[in-house]
Design a protein around this ligand. Sequence first.
Ligand code: BT5
Length: 255
Amino acid sequence: RAGLSTYRIGQQVLAYDTVLSTQPLAHEAAAKGAPEGTLVIAEQQTGGKGRLGRPWHSPRGTGIWMSLIIRPEIPLPKTPQMTLLTAVALAKTMWEETGVDIKIKWPNDLFIGDKKVSGVLTELNAESDRVNYLVIGMGINANLEQKDVPPELSSIATSLRIESGKPIKRVAFIQRFCENFEREYDHYLREGFERVKSEWEQHSYTIGKWITVSTIQYTLEGRAIGLDEEGVLILEDATGKRHKVYSADVNYGAN
Ligand code: BT5
């Protein structure tokens, strides 16, 4: 970790070879008192997961599969802001390391063009109304080559290497990410969400697009027009009525 200039993010790293998923390992470490900023990293995940139990393809040696433990003293309803903050820090790092333009698709995907290069999975541990810790899982397709992308993902997934034509130095990438994350996070804890919100909007793939959101309860169509001051997505439907979208799956274009 020579050259890492953070004071807590990434200062403790638990590195594994093959794991099912870095998420439960991070939960275990957090429950045992791992300090804020601890990173759990694996070379390969055999049961990597996305949201809603979806699988996350995590082949050996090609990606960055990691989970970050943070312990922010914020009210529960603000925890989704951490996903947005993470996406901003990732987008910056990817751009700095490759020069490739990165877009953030609400709430948790990073895109190059129309393909996903990274996804974020935020899991919360709380007691009554208090946040104990968050585990932020990040899957970054760093050095996957076309042959590493399974056929069922080939039309929706890409990697930094495929897009930039250059191999990614993973350790340098992780260091740079830790620095970017720490800077954003410290600023957020001191000053609030405003900066993350505007950076997120600048990098947004979603804003301005006509989208369909679906949850178990409802389906809604409209134009994504921005984030509110809490980080909730605002959608304007065909009649001009505005809706807040907290957490949902988003499809682009009308259904
Ligand atoms: C996500 O879920 O995008 C969050 C992914 C988080 C993965 C990290 S890796 C480290 C940590 N440990 C874990 O076990 N997880 C976290 P979601 O939005 O639900 O997207 C999942 C969908 O993305 C899948 O259903 C596939 O369609 C697609 N997908 C799977 N693997 C992919 C990959 N490597 N690259 C791009 N897309 C992928």
